[in-house]
Write a protein that binds this ligand. Structure first.
Ligand code: ADP
Ligand code: MG
Length: 143
């Protein structure tokens, strides 16, 4: 699926639509340059899942977790931002494999840094900057 947006709000809307399709065990890998809108997209996902807490970029930690109710079932939304690390070696202590196997919804920024540990079954979201306020968002189901 491909979408073109012209504001952060529109990007969040696209994410909210995707959020409806997510369930326990979903992994969303975000690709795109700095400032592309990955964090904006994560905020839309969280909103779409009914998470009320404000989602900020986890700048000084790699990960933030947001417990929430998904169709009345307790789940955890994991927001992982790998910007500050180099490769999967740096992220070993995060216990990523465990998080991927858990009953949660995992969203990763800079997913390319851990390509070798990304689960095969995942949703890739590629955000391309096409103008100051315009973005091309490609969503692909992998498995
Ligand atoms: P990233 O996490 O990819 O580094 P952010 O989501 O933090 O990027 O920032 C995206 C920036 O681009 C924000 O300042 C946002 O306001 C701006 N922006 C402008 N147009 C858009 C758009 N169409 N979609 C998403 N963000 C946009
Ligand atoms: Mg970000």
């Amino acid at each position: 699926m491909e979408a073109r947006t012209n504001s952060p709000k529109e990007t969040k809307k696209v994410a909210q639509q995707l959020a409806k399709t997510l369930d326990a065990g979903s992994v969303v890998a975000l690709f795109g340059d700095l400032g592309a809108g990955k964090t904006v997209f994560v905020q839309g996902l969280a909103k779409g899942l009914g998470i009320k807490r404000r989602v900020l970029s986890p700048t000084f930690v790699f990960m933030r977790s947001y417990p929430f109710l998904h169709h009345k079932k307790p789940l955890t939304f994991y927001h992982i931002d790998l910007y500050r690390g180099q490769d999967s070696g740096d992220f070993r202590n995060l216990g990523l494999e465990e998080i991927f196997s858990e009953e949660g919804i995992v969203v990763l920024e800079w997913a390319e840094k851990i390509r070798d540990v990304l689960p095969k079954k995942r949703i890739d979201v590629i955000i391309n900057v096409t103008g100051e306020k315009s973005r091309k968002i490609s969503i692909k189901n992998r498995k």
